[in-house]
Design a protein. Structure first.
Length: 304
């Protein structure tokens, strides 16, 4: 059997203690404001985005799904358009409905978890996208007759027209069933053009790899996860809290921070508004005038 993929320094995800897990479900909602939501903006740029092949933009669709337009290409990150994720319903509307997307050229996948890899969404995309996925996942796409797929290990690079794509480390794990734990890899993606470099972190805990990525690439915009961090004993090695995400961003030496992976689905104890409040407090305390925090509303488009 193929050896499972591993994190740097062989760090494994937090071990699940069944007694703690039972207690977690007992206290999960106590003292939590479950009515408040993260901000949403009706996207009035849909027609423009459908036609745009000349300007650089990015739009937050929700969770870890972004539409990036760069060098005339339409790029999607971890496209998930479900109204539910397991037992959890989507808390906010989609930033753009799948049917209103332009034709997609490139899809990048960070890892196999269901809130990042949803085959039903991928099969409904318009266009003929090429998918860039971690090692171990190509066979799952081929089984579904999706064949325009390239697999990547950490630090592998690809060229697609005028765009370079680089698969970079993350600290996480992978699973889609009881028997395939860590049989596929995980990571983030550098999306690089001669005008702008995006870093899509995927899903990750805080780790020394951020320094390595920052040393190899000059990053303009970093999409960083800030949610699903509580309780720490369950999520601490596989997800970042907002304070750790800011430190990771500084490790990268990136110019602009765009938070993601919060407020769309409730996957642990923390809530989206809590994550945002902590992020803004940490950002203020760091006093980084040369850096930019772009906190997008769901559905908001940034024109670069």
């Amino acid at each position: 059997m193929k050896r499972p993929f591993q994190n740097l320094d062989n760090i494994d995800k937090n071990k699940i203690n069944l007694r703690k897990l039972y207690h977690y479900f007992q206290i999960r909602n106590k003292g939590k404001d479950l009515k408040s939501r993260i901000p949403v903006e009706e996207n009035t740029n849909i027609h423009y985005l459908q036609q745009n092949r000349s300007h650089m933009t990015y739009t937050w669709i929700g969770h870890s799904t972004f539409l990036i337009q760069c060098h005339g290409l339409n790029i999607l990150t971890d496209p998930v358009f479900s109204k539910r994720m397991g037992t959890e319903r989507r808390l906010v509307p989609l930033g753009i409905e799948l049917e209103k997307l332009p034709e997609i050229d490139i899809v990048v996948i960070s890892h196999a978890h269901f809130d990042h890899l949803e085959f039903s969404s991928i099969k409904r995309l318009k266009g003929n996208p090429h998918l860039f996925v971690p090692c171990g996942l190509k066979k799952l796409f081929n089984l579904r007759k999706i064949t325009s797929v390239s697999e990547a290990n950490w630090w592998n690079s690809f060229k697609y027209k005028d765009i370079k794509l680089h698969f970079v480390p993350a600290q996480h794990w992978s699973r889609r069933n009881l028997f395939d734990k860590n049989r596929a890899h995980w990571g983030g993606w550098i999306i690089q053009s001669d005008q702008h470099t995006f870093y899509f972190a995927g899903d990750t805990g805080y780790f020394r790899g951020f320094y390595d990525i920052g040393n190899r690439f000059t990053i303009d915009t970093a999409f960083m996860p800030i949610g699903d961090y509580e309780p720490e004993w369950m999520s601490g090695l596989q997800h970042m809290n907002p304070e750790q995400a800011v430190q990771a961003f500084l490790d990268l030496g990136a110019k602009a921070f765009v938070p993601m992976h919060y407020g769309t689905y409730r996957l642990s104890m923390d809530t989206g508004p809590e994550a945002l409040e902590r992020l803004h407090a940490e950002w203020s305390s760091r006093n980084t005038p040369d850096k930019k925090l772009n906190t997008l509303k769901i559905g908001e488009t940034i024109l670069l």
